[in-house]
Design a protein around this ligand. Structure first.
Ligand code: SF4
Length: 160
């Protein structure tokens, strides 16, 4: 069996539409990716044995809204050789970060929830917290840029 790219897929604050798009792409790419990708952490595809340990690449969808998510993202960065921001929320924060632009009166209305659920004062794109190697923009992600990025990563890790 040839070398595989160890990949993980994780989502933070978002609507998970890029996850849906990724699963839809399996309709076309399942047999090709079965030979080339080893899914380490991907709760979309498996509910047992999920771990970021040994990930060559982790795809991160969504923005960072809580201290807990911030710490998890830092842990994921340490365990992943490459990190890819998936979709506009991960790349820029928006639209998940809309509360950052609320006026004072609207902010006062949501403060109870922000404090009670341990949310950060602002919602962040992942590049505010950790180094990002590649970005796939779009809402949801641009399918072509995702496939191009995956091809680059397969070449970089010499997976044929
Ligand atoms: S970028 Fe768009 S599609 Fe992706 S999680 Fe955010 S809102 Fe949803």
């Amino acid at each position: 069996m040839g070398k595989k790219l160890a990949v993980s897929w994780v989502t933070f604050a978002c609507c998970e539409d890029s996850s849906i798009l990724f699963v839809e792409l399996l309709n076309e790419h399942f047999f090709e990716w079965k030979e080339k990708l080893d899914f380490r952490y991907c709760r979309l595809l498996k509910n047992k044995g999920n771990s970021f340990d040994g990930s060559d690449v982790t795809f991160v969808e969504g923005a960072i809204a809580t201290k807990e998510d911030e710490e998890e993202l830092k842990m994921i960065r340490e365990k992943s050789k490459r990190l890819v921001a998936i979709g506009s929320c991960a790349c820029t924060g928006l639209p998940s970060a809309q509360r950052n632009t609320f006026d004072d009166s609207t902010r006062r209305e949501i403060m109870l929830i922000v404090e009670r659920f341990g949310h950060l004062e602002k919602v962040h794109p992942i590049k505010d917290i950790v180094k990002v190697d590649y970005q796939v923009p779009g809402c949801p992600m641009d399918e072509k840029i995702f496939l191009d990025t995956l091809s680059k990563l397969l070449a970089e890790f010499e997976v044929k």
